[in-house]
Design a protein around this ligand. Structure first.
Ligand code: PHE
Ligand code: NA
Length: 435
């Protein structure tokens, strides 16, 4: 078997991981939820969740990946805990599951890039979305999106994912920055900023029980945790570098892009007097899309906006396909391109119901969000912090120049606070899943 691939540079790994993290979650979930859940006060809470809970969790995945240089299932075996492969398998399955409908949404984005050019959705955005979000065309575009994902993953770690994300991630940041400047010039900008960012501690206090689990769940989803992605990406690291430093950079950039997205979309909505009190698909594909119909140069702005959304979605999707491809080529004598095509086709098929009927898409998403993801994150954390323990601290500190105290702080936060937060999120999610 040929030698296992590695990232060419440390920046390559970081950008690939940021590419995975920055996705639809940042653009269509984060700005609206922030606004709805109390603006700046939610933002503070989210940043606490991202740093206090997301960061320790992402470090746990990095440790497992870098230590073993193996895919998310075999890694556990190599560490000497064969039974724990089930946790890796759950992560892999979760990634598989999520990609199947994430790709359907990617197809919608492709559709809206074309729709911006022709102005197809400008007159009646809600009706347009209803027509294009499910059906044979949605299925076709789901296929096109998967072909793009397969193409990048088939080209390999260095020549595919690293090269692509080196281009994609800076583009996302620069283009969103330019759009944010444009949004600043719109008449509703200051109202938009106020809605997005002014603190509302009452909203926070009144819905604390809903908001805290959401902030934690969002931190996990947004950092691509519990899908095997970060274990897999870290497994291609060659040599020592500060995982701590990488983790902080990734958490920071992921949050930054979410805030930047808010600075784009909320002024846009307020400029058109559109009620921003929606989130999810409707927010981006109906409200924001509708705003493009009414602003000067809306065709171009819409095109650029949906192009950024596409890049963000693609750079996330490739990390999920890589999880399974990595597992296959580590264990079987098959080529990367073959596996990328084979597994990509399988994921495409799994997404067929979601492409044909949005109710299925919603069901896939709910199950992933409320059950699969938190369960998988929990398994990884219990493993890394309680079962593997001390060697995990050594691996974390390796090459970081940090003292033992930092490692032990990580260990105890992961053992206690983070696990409590995940269990609470899981419990609340399950409660709402079955009632
Ligand atoms: N982190 C992604 C986001 O915020 C979630 C994701 C990652 C989805 C990888 C799919 C694949 O959108
Ligand atoms: Na994200």
């Amino acid at each position: 078997m040929s030698e296992r691939e590695t990232w060419a540079t440390r920046a390559g790994f970081i950008l690939a991981a940021v590419g995975s993290a920055v996705g639809l979650g940042n653009i269509w979930q984060f700005p609206f939820k922030t606004a709805q859940f109390g603006g700046a006060s939610f933002l503070i809470l989210y940043l606490i969740a991202a740093l206090g809970i997301g960061l320790p969790a992402i470090l746990a995945e990095f440790v497992i990946g870098r230590k073993t240089n193996l895919n998310t299932i075999s890694a556990f075996e190599k560490l000497g805990y064969k039974e724990w492969r089930v946790v890796g398998a759950l992560g892999l399955f979760t990634g598989f599951w999520i990609l199947s409908y994430y790709s359907v949404v990617g197809g919608w984005v492709l559709r809206y890039i074309g729709g911006s050019l022709t102005g197809a959705y400008f007159a009646a955005p809600a009706e347009y979305f209803g027509q294009v979000s499910a059906g044979v065309e949605a299925l076709g575009l789901h296929a096109v999106f998967m072909v793009l994902v397969v193409g990048i993953v088939a080209a390999g770690i260095e020549d595919g994912i690293e090269k692509a994300t080196k281009l994609m991630v800076p583009s996302i940041i620069v283009i969103l920055g330019i759009l944010a400047v444009f949004a600043f010039t719109l008449p509703g900008a200051s109202e938009g900023y106020a809605y997005f960012l002014s603190p509302d501690f009452n909203a926070l206090a009144e819905n604390f029980g809903d908001i805290v689990p959401f902030a934690v769940g969002q931190a996990f989803f947004s950092l691509s945790l519990g899908m095997g992605a970060m274990i897999t990406y870290a497994s291609y690291i060659d040599g020592d570098q500060s995982l701590f430093g990488d983790g902080i950079t990734i958490v920071f950039l992921n949050s930054f892009v979410g805030i930047l997205a808010g600075l784009v979309v909320l002024p846009l909505l307020f400029a058109q007097g559109i009620d921003p009190n929606t989130s999810g698909a409707g927010a981006v594909f109906i409200s924001v899309a509708g705003a493009f119909g009414d602003i000067p140069g809306g065709q171009i702005i819409g095109l650029v906006f949906f192009a950024v959304v596409l890049i963000a979605a693609l750079s996330s999707a490739i990390s999920l396909l890589e999880v399974v491809v990595s597992w296959a080529i580590d264990n079987y004598d098959v080529s990367r391109p073959q596996m990328a095509v084979g597994l990509g086709s399988f994921i495409f098929l799994l997404g067929v119901p979601s492409a044909l009927d949005s109710a299925w898409l919603g069901w896939f998403d709910t199950l992933a969000y409320k059950l699969l993801l938190p369960l998988s994150v929990l398994g990884i954390l219990v493993f890394a912090a309680w079962v593997y323990g001390a060697p995990a601290v050594d691996e974390l500190l390796k090459g970081s120049g940090l003292g033992e105290g930092v490692g032990l702080t990580w260990l105890w936060i992961a053992r206690t606070l983070v696990i409590v937060a995940v269990v609470a999120t899981l419990a609340l999610g399950l409660e709402t899943l079955f009632v």
